[in-house]
Design a protein around this ligand. Structure first.
Ligand SMILES: C[S@@+](CC[C@H](N)C(=O)[O-])C[C@H]1O[C@@H](n2cnc3c(N)ncnc32)[C@H](O)[C@@H]1O
Length: 351
């Protein structure tokens, strides 16, 4: 059986490999990709990284409220479908389905979409009560989904798309590649990426640069065509295009809660991620006919939509340990410097 390292070795014998191609192989090689092995990746001890869902149900509880509001705004249609691409373990779906009102649940269908075998196995377990009652479905492809009224939302989907780092050297764009010596920057035709960066930078300086996810417009297009009316919500870490350019955004590698920039090491054993360019993500959804698009920090979004005072008084009646978990969850998602400030939420509508 060919291993990922052997594939890369063979490819390198023929020349360099762009970083985005290495990331695609590392995460999505059909057998050995990080998200194609049947291994749990998410969580605290013994895992590689945690997401907002590991901190508690607050994100799902707030989304439940936001989706139910949208359902009412649309005139309470007789069915409302919510599609979650990159749904991982199904925890966000579970937290939403747990917190919606009985009236909303009656007409709600949650579609879990993720090709990771480990994610699907866990989702089948945690969503079992709603799968049995017909309110949750694990979907194996987008094609089988009929266009619906409802919502499309994701948490940390877009940061998992293969992305190519670029740098401005004062005269031209350099692309990060893997050579037999490790990572290198090479002059290359930057095509649409270069045009986009140039259009977003006020003044390009040496060392400025950002990442380019080639698949982004295609993925957004294939999701957007599934929804006739409703709400789109993307939660992810990243920044506006000009800020990413100024900071010289890079690929990151996560392994056992350690983070570094060595994306070319231990291929298939580590998570690789890239900041999301929220200006471009917004432009892609606009191109698909979505409007009222805004992005803001996750902490602002939570404080705006969650009923924190009401919920906090309900939590005060919980046993101490449970109460502390809920309070920690609020702090993680709202305090400066923590997860809620590093993440952004993009919302848009179609009607
Ligand atoms: C960083 S994980 C986030 C998982 C989950 N949303 C969470 O917050 O715990 C990214 C997930 O996106 C999935 N993914 C990547 N590209 C995808 C695509 N085009 N469609 C659906 N899922 C995708 C991966 O398999 C992986 O499980």
């Amino acid at each position: 059986m060919t291993t990922l390292n052997e594939i890369l070795h063979e490819r390198l014998a023929g020349g360099i490999i762009p970083a985005a191609e290495v990331m695609q192989l590392a995460l999505y090689h059909p057998r050995e990709g990080y998200y194609r092995q049947n291994q749990d990746r998410w969580g605290f001890e013994g895992r590689d990284y945690y997401t907002a869902l590991d901190c508690g149900p607050l994100l799902g509880q707030t989304l439940a409220l936001r989706l139910e509001d949208n359902w009412k705004q649309l005139g309470s249609p007789s069915s409302y479908t919510i599609l979650e691409p990159g749904a991982g373990r199904g925890w966000l779906g579970r937290d939403i389905l747990t917190h919606v009102s009985p009236d909303f649940l009656k007409i709600l269908i949650y579609l879990h979409r993720d090709d990771s075998p480990a994610a699907q196995n866990e989702a089948i377990k945690v969503l079992e009560p709603w799968i049995s009652s017909g309110h949750a479905i694990i979907t194996n492809n987008l094609e089988s989904i009929q266009p619906f009224t409802g919502a499309i939302f994701s948490n940390e989907l877009f940061d998992a798309l293969a992305a190519q780092p670029w740098r401005w050297d004062g005269n031209q764009w350099l692309r990060e590649v893997l050579s037999s010596n490790g990572s290198e920057w090479q002059v290359s035709d930057s095509a649409m990426a270069g045009e986009w960066f140039q259009s977003q930078a006020i003044d390009l300086e040496v060392g400025d640069g950002s990442i380019w996810a080639e698949e982004l417009p295609h993925l957004v297009g294939s999701l957007a065509e599934k929804m006739t009316r409703g709400l789109m919500i993307a939660i992810d870490y990243g920044e506006s295009a000009d800020r990413l350019l100024a900071k010289g955004s890079d690929l990151r590698r996560y392994h056992q809660h350690q983070v570094d920039g060595k994306w070319w090491e231990d291929i298939g054993q580590c998570d690789l991620t890239a900041d999301v360019d929220f200006t471009r993500l917004q432009a892609c959804w606009e191109h698909e006919g979505f409007h009222c698009l805004t992005h803001q920090s996750l902490s602002y979004w939570i404080r705006r939509h969650a009923l924190l005072e009401t919920w906090e008084s309900a939590w005060s009646k919980l046993p101490n340990e449970e109460k502390m978990k809920r309070i920690n969850n609020v702090l993680q998602l709202t305090l400066p410097g923590l997860l809620g400030e590093r993440f952004r939420v993009l919302e848009g509508q179609r009607d």
